[in-house]
Design a protein around this ligand. Structure first.
Ligand SMILES: *Cc1c(COP(=O)(O)O)cnc(C)c1O
Length: 496
């Protein structure tokens, strides 16, 4: 299986090259030129596997130039005791016909651990396969969770350095503390005055800056990305869609071949795209419900075919979805228009120039035919959903998951569809305690750690150890920079 760029379909690279480079030189995203196909009996067999075995089986097909031994070792290491649940990703029924796929039992309490515990293992191996002896410098733009998960994954990984940029004031306090207290000799963190899109654009600009690349090359450094534009981020995420389906089989909720819907809280479109790749490689998935917060650019797109980022940017209680430019949508468009790179390039140019493009009625119909639907809700509705799920069902979910639960409710109210649905639960409620306590009818005043303790008592769930430990950690990175200075700061740090 080879990969091409969404802006040049004739380009062919291996999975190792795609992972090492992150983003293609033409600004496109590496996308599989053809997809593997799982047989029903292979999927059925997954219901008798543990998480690590499912991940190894799925990754072997999406990362063909890694050996089975490599993948076996990486998976054992990545999904080990740093997860606080033996199932790694427990699948719990929280309502008749609806399950929560809990992806927040890892070291940073959010789903990005699934990708970012793997990528730091895939990347140095990719460098070796490609014959590169350069230091790989990872640049990350984060809306909160990617930054910490990447720092945690790459800290002190030999041959790598990592620099994270987050929007100043745009993350939860827990997310910020997690990042600025990060240990490791190869890590760096900056707050940037601006929003997530500004930081993401800043990082993309450094990537496509030929002069910067030449200067770094002389110093023996190459840049790569840990954002979800990197194939090494997406591939590990495909595995948990297979796992969720296999768990429903195991629980007797479905029979092999039955269709399942997924409701996915969406920001950069990476998570839901992984679900689509699972579907296209044989997993019986019907609807992919794209759940958004007030930054509902994707809801509008899926309803009208018009992607329009010319709108107010909202800071919400689900900050990891406060995104107006969903990078991975480019991969979906490329797949939907059968790899027509000219079209994709044209839309992306319009987005850059005018902040807007319209894919037209035919592609819009294809989006529907492929099962994509968009719903959104604001913070108030999210809180009401968390409230009802907690008091009505005894299940506590975080704000991002709350958006996806609400989107599912809207979808069911609209269609009456009784297909089993898995809500992809992306963060621990403890990560967003200040936003969630009021939804539990606790108007609690106190600092963030007192809020964690209150939530522990009322919910009956233990505070995740990595969050509890933050209280005693010293901040190491407290600089706030302008977005225009990102390039200079990176080059200065890499020259050290
Ligand atoms: C990153 C993130 C999302 C959005 O995922 P995308 O892959 O960017 O669509 C949703 N919820 C949480 C908690 C996240 O950290």
């Amino acid at each position: 299986m080879k990969f091409c760029s969404t802006r040049n379909r004739d380009l062919r690279v291996t999975s190792a090259q795609a992972i090492l480079r992150g983003l293609s030189e033409d600004g496109g995203l590496y996308t599989p030129a053809e997809l593997p196909a799982f047989l029903p009996e292979e999927i059925e067999a997954m219901s008798r596997m543990d998480y690590r075995q499912v991940a190894e089986t799925v990754l072997a097909r999406f990362l063909p130039d890694y050996t089975q031994e490599e993948l076996h070792t990486f998976v054992q290491e990545a999904y080990g005791s740093q997860f606080d649940h033996p199932d790694i990703a427990p699948v719990r029924r929280f309502r008749p016909g609806a399950w929560s796929l809990e992806l927040w039992h890892g070291p940073t309490c959010a789903f990005k651990d699934f990708a970012l515990q793997m990528l730091p293992r895939l990347l140095p191996a990719a460098a070796k396969k490609c014959g590169s002896d350069k230091t790989v410098a990872i640049l990350v733009a984060t809306s909160g969770d990617t930054g910490k998960a990447a720092l945690e994954g790459f800290a002190d990984v030999e041959g790598t350095r990592i620099c994270v940029f987050y929007p100043h004031g745009g993350t939860s306090e827990m997310q910020r503390l997690q990042m600025v207290t990060q240990s490791g000799g190869n890590v760096n963190v900056f707050a940037v005055r601006g929003n997530f899109d500004d930081t993401q654009n800043g990082v993309k600009a450094i990537f496509t800056d030929a002069a910067a690349a030449a200067e770094l090359d002389r110093k023996g450094v190459m840049l790569s990305s840990a954002n979800s534009i990197n194939w090494g981020r997406l591939a590990p995420q495909i595995a948990y869609y297979y796992w969720a389906y296999a768990q429903l089989l195991k629980q007797g909720a479905i029979r092999m071949g039955d269709k399942v819907n997924f409701s996915v809280p969406t920001g950069n479109f990476g998570d839901i795209l992984a679900g689509y790749l699972a579907k296209k490689s044989g997993l019986p998935v019907d609807k992919l419900i794209c759940a958004s917060n007030e930054n509902n650019v994707l809801t509008q797109f899926l309803n009208t075919g018009v992607y329009d980022r010319n709108r107010a940017f909202h800071l919400t209680a689900s900050p990891s979805m406060d995104i107006l430019i969903s990078s991975n949508l480019e991969r979906l468009l490329f797949m939907l228009c059968d790899g027509n790179d000219i079209l994709v390039k044209n839309w992306m140019e319009q987005l850059k120039k005018h902040g807007k493009y319209d894919v037209g009625p035919n592609i819009l119909k294809k989006l529907r035919d492929e099962g994509f639907l968009g719903f959104w809700c604001d913070d108030k509705l999210t809180a009401a959903t968390i409230h009802d799920t907690w008091f009505g069902r005894g299940y506590l979910c975080d704000t991002h998951t709350g958006v996806a639960v609400n989107a599912l409710q809207q979808y069911v109210a609209l269609t009456g569809d009784k297909t089993p649905c898995v809500v992809v639960s992306t963060a621990s409620p403890f990560k967003f305690a200040p936003a969630i306590l009021p939804a539990m009818d606790l108007d609690f005043t106190g600092d963030d750690f007192q809020k964690l303790e209150a939530m522990e008592i009322v919910s009956g769930m233990p505070i995740p150890a990595p969050l509890k430990e933050l209280k005693n950690k010293q901040p190491r990175f407290e600089r706030v920079i302008e977005k225009e200075d990102m390039r200079r700061e990176v080059l200065a740090w890499l020259a050290e």
